[in-house]
Design a binder for this molecule. Structure first.
Ligand code: ADP
Length: 340
């Protein structure tokens, strides 16, 4: 559906490429997330899909069509009709009504007045803004503005929706609403979504696959579940760890010098590993935090534990080895900021 082949973008005067030989394959129906800190090259990469940014080398394939600087104006126009895009700051026309904002993309594709009159209210109803046609953007909330932007992006029935930090300017509740709306629209309209974000929470809720970018390079690709359960790259491990740390109170670190995280492997979800370890080794395992998250409908159980009443280091190693047989076990380190 959407493939990046060795895409590089080098801006003049920059020491290193903003995007460095990126190859990725996004399948039809994916909700594919690109994660990474600010400046990693995510926006620049995504902008190559509709040639808002021409790659220095490499190319993108969209539905079997090669997209690079050699595309004719006509081909570029029809390519852009297949691709909707939404942004962090909505990019609405402030002094045009909601109706006119959504109609803008229909006019651009040559739709006649009757089509526009019929389609705009349908699009607004689909994003939960029925009857808001004559409102102007400044009197809308952030979430409503993004809904208008989504209606506008979907105006020409695109196959692909590109989302550039589309929830990053929204509060957590509104973010959840927009995530739910995007999920629903993706199903209803058979969209393929490519979404870039630095928000781990959005990744967990929305994406089925993720790619992780660092300094222009893709350093890891995985299903979202596998990424959160077992990140493979050092940078991925750092990000997931930092995300988990944010869920633990700071006091825990001063009171408990040695914390371990255990993640139940799927086939061992919530069995009696802990009870058995305590019984067998006569130690106490204290549960200090934990939760079960659902990623793509699959449970991912995490517990933060410490080991008490353990007389010596050798026994502790035995306990840890026992736990590691049926769980993924990691020793946690006190939080430090993930580097960009
Ligand atoms: P992200 O979306 O991950 O925050 P960007 O793609 O916006 O990252 O930026 C990647 C790098 O490219 C940054 O160092 C940024 O300063 C640089 N960059 C982005 N756009 C331009 C441009 N038009 N000209 C020069 N440098 C740019």
């Amino acid at each position: 559906m959407l493939e990046f082949h060795d895409v590089t973008v080098q801006f003049p005067g920059q020491a290193t490429p903003a995007v460095d030989r990126v190859s990725l394959k996004i399948e039809r129906g994916d909700c594919y997330g690109i994660l990474g800190q600010s400046g990693a090259g995510k926006s620049t990469l995504v902008r190559t899909v509709n040639l808002l940014q021409v790659p220095t080398s490499g190319y993108v394939m969209v539905s079997g069509q090669k997209v690079d600087g050699s595309l004719s104006k006509g081909d570029l126009r029809s390519l852009r009709l297949k691709i909707g895009m939404i942004f962090q700051h909505f990019n609405l026309i402030k002094n045009a009504s909601v109706f006119e904002n959504v109609a803008f993309n229909l006019k651009a594709s040559g739709a006649d007045r009757a089509t526009i009159e019929a389609k705009v209210p349908q699009l607004l109803a689909a994003v939960g803004l029925k009857g808001k046609e004559q409102v102007y953007p400044p009197s809308l909330s952030g979430g409503q503005k993004q809904r208008v932007a989504i209606a506008r992006a979907l105006a020409n029935d695109p196959e692909i929706l590109l989302c550039d930090e589309a929830t990053s300017a929204l509060d957590p509740d509104t973010t959840s609403e927009i995530v739910a709306l995007l999920k629903q629209l993706k199903e209803e309209r058979n969209l393929t979504v490519l979404f870039i974000t630095h928000q781990m929470e959005v990744a967990k809720k929305l994406f089925n696959k993720v790619a992780l970018m660092q300094r222009g390079k893709v350093v890891e690709t995985a299903s979202t579940y596998d990424f959160f359960a077992r990140p493979q790259s050092p940078y991925g491990q750092l990000l997931v760890k930092q995300y988990q740390h944010d869920l633990l109170p700071d006091e825990l670190w001063s009171n408990e010098p040695e914390l371990y995280e255990i993640i139940y492997k799927l086939d061992h979800a919530f069995d009696s590993v802990m009870a058995e370890a305590m019984h067998r080794f006569e130690v106490d395992l204290n549960i200090l935090g934990g939760r079960v998250e659902y990623i793509g409908g699959k449970p991912l159980g995490r517990l933060i534990i410490s080991i008490a009443r353990c007389p010596n280091a050798a026994l502790k190693q035995e306990v840890l080895a026992f736990l590691a047989q049926s769980t993924y076990l990691t020793k946690l380190e006190a939080p430090k900021d993930a580097e960009a």
